[in-house]
Design a protein around this ligand. Structure first.
Ligand SMILES: Nc1ncnc2c1ncn2[C@@H]1O[C@H](COP(=O)(O)OP(=O)(O)OP(=O)(O)O)[C@@H](O)[C@H]1O
Ligand SMILES: [Mg+2]
Length: 319
């Protein structure tokens, strides 16, 4: 394979959230897990590779002067220089915003890849090269992929050490899973160490255990594997339209809305004081926030376990 001006060992902490199907929780996990990890002391970078720029809605910078609609990230993808992230969107959480500029970058990369040969390999590596300049600043880098732009998905999985696949459990999502598995296969020659961190079920209800069991059986069948029980996360994201609406409208993460609900004066206290009763958010924010916390913990456990195993292998190789 052609040599590139970057070292893959600089990208060991890169996780791509990918699914060719839309609306399955890619952005929600990127922003909420990113925010929770940053609050826990991790140095986190969230990369919004989506021209929709939804990371900015969840984190509250969309349409503010901080929002460059993906310009900085697009420039880095096309020219290979070091991108400058938005710093401390939350303490410890930096972001490379997405937005409409990424459509132009995607077209440029697609034409490079269409040429074949070295240009193609360089096009596929565009994000890997860009991130390698700044990855040393971060403990984890989460890439939020668009659902519908092949070339941007390709550059994400070419840059990543791990992939996390959020999904719903309906029939269309199963088809999405097969397409996503094919996408991963396509970059294995450029990125042979790419590893599946797991599949996270999105928007599931209380009967999640049964739903999970059925889904595990189906994944085994669809992908022709036997180990789906270990692949599918035990934790899942609880369903609540009310919380989802509130968080995205306010530019707050689920745990931030939950904190506001918990610390707000009770309605009867406001009433006693003759104050206007203001709703800080839906009560369901707690179950969504708790579920995202559980998913994040499982993500960290899987990430850390693999990182330690890789370190162990490296040490053995060095002896
Ligand atoms: N816990 C939840 N329950 C119900 N809906 C939710 C929940 N969390 C987020 N949502 C909503 O579900 C929709 C899809 O979520 P999200 O944007 O995270 O998915 P996505 O995979 O990134 O979508 P896209 O492919 O469009 O980028 C959004 O409208 C979001 O506000
Ligand atoms: Mg999204």
């Amino acid at each position: 394979m052609a040599e590139f001006d970057f070292d893959r060992s600089d990208l060991q902490q890169v996780v791509a959230l990918i699914n060719g199907k839309g609306g399955v929780g890619k952005t929600t996990i990127t922003t909420n897990s990113g925010g929770l990890l940053a609050a826990d002391g991790w140095r986190v970078l969230a990369v919004d590779l989506d021209p929709q720029g939804n990371v900015g809605l969840d984190l509250g910078y969309a349409d503010t002067e901080q929002d460059d609609d993906g310009k900085e990230l697009s420039k880095a993808l096309v020219y290979g220089d070091a991108p400058r992230p938005l710093k401390n969107v939350r303490p410890g959480l930096d972001v490379l915003p997405g937005g409409h500029h990424l459509e132009g970058a995607a077209a440029t990369l697609a034409s490079k890849i269409g040429k074949g040969g070295r240009a193609a390999a360089e096009g596929k590596m565009a994000l890997a090269i860009a991130l390698s300049h700044i990855s040393a600043d971060y403990d984890i880098i989460l890439i939020d992929c668009p659902p519908n732009i092949d070339v941007l998905q390709t550059v994400a999985v070419a840059a990543a050490r791990y992939v996390l696949i959020p999904t719903k459990t309906d029939a269309a999502s199963k088809k999405g899973l097969i397409l996503t598995a094919n996408r991963l296969d396509q970059v294995l020659d450029l990125n042979p160490e790419l590893d599946l961190l797991g599949i996270v079920l999105f928007g599931t209800s209380q009967s999640a255990k049964r739903v999970r069991k059925e889904y595990v059986d189906e994944v085994n069948e669809v992908l022709g594997v036997t180990n789906a029980d270990g692949i599918v996360f035990q934790s899942f994201i609880s369903h609540s339209e009310a919380t989802a609406k509130q968080t995205r409208n306010k530019g707050l993460l689920a745990h931030e809305v939950d904190d506001a609900v918990r610390t707000a004066p009770k309605w009867y206290e406001s009433l006693k004081r003759g104050e206007k009763i203001a709703s800080p958010g839906p009560v369901s924010a707690q179950s969504v926030a708790d579920s995202l916390q559980a998913v994040t913990q499982e993500l960290v456990a899987r990430f850390t376990e693999r990182a330690q195993a890789a370190e162990g292998e490296q040490e053995t190789a060095d002896v």
